[in-house]
Design a protein around this ligand. Sequence first.
Ligand SMILES: CC(C)(COP(=O)(O)OP(=O)(O)OC[C@H]1O[C@@H](n2cnc3c(N)ncnc32)[C@H](O)[C@@H]1OP(=O)(O)O)[C@@H](O)C(=O)NCCC(=O)NCCS
Length: 162
Amino acid sequence: MRIEAEQPAHRPGIRRLALGAFPTAAEADLVDRLRHDGDVAISLVAVDGEEVVGHVLFSAMTAPMKALGLGPVAVEASRRGEGIASDLIREGLARARREGWQAVFVLGDPAFYARFGFSVEQAAGFETPYAGPYFMALALDGTSLAHANDPVAYAPAFQSLE
Ligand SMILES: CC(C)(COP(=O)(O)OP(=O)(O)OC[C@H]1O[C@@H](n2cnc3c(N)ncnc32)[C@H](O)[C@@H]1OP(=O)(O)O)[C@@H](O)C(=O)NCCC(=O)NCCS
């Protein structure tokens, strides 16, 4: 199993994976639209042989700092619990840090995302429709993310999920 940057040849496998991992086609369509809109900052696949068994995407956000939104992330059902999503997320965060991104936001379960350093506290004060107990942030450059009432917004493609 190896983790690498998305190549055009991976795209059918990424779509197949998203269609299988989520209840509707919304996330698969979201990935396609983000790509179409040029809003994909980091897209990594976990590949076993020729098969795409995991995928994570980070897209550029509108925010008071250079920020990315994490998601979607998906792993082939038969391969879950092996640490594939964790490896993808950690590699994505490492690349984001190297590329000079300052923060990453995610909407998800704090029990899962806390292990990477995300917290609801770091997202507090940022205005978004997602604000609440599942909206988390991670500062990548060691600075504080305290920006009371500053708006942050996911890439336009995410509006189709609402
Ligand atoms: C969520 C998902 C990507 C995790 O992939 P994975 O490769 O199994 O994850 P890892 O093996 O790295 O980590 C597994 C850990 O995450 C936990 N976990 C997985 N999904 C979780 C969830 N939705 N909420 C909370 N914890 C979760 C597992 O309990 C496990 O915890 P442990 O390490 O304490 O035992 C995978 O379950 C999946 O594709 N789900 C369907 C799509 C989805 O819901 N994506 C997330 C929203 S975009």
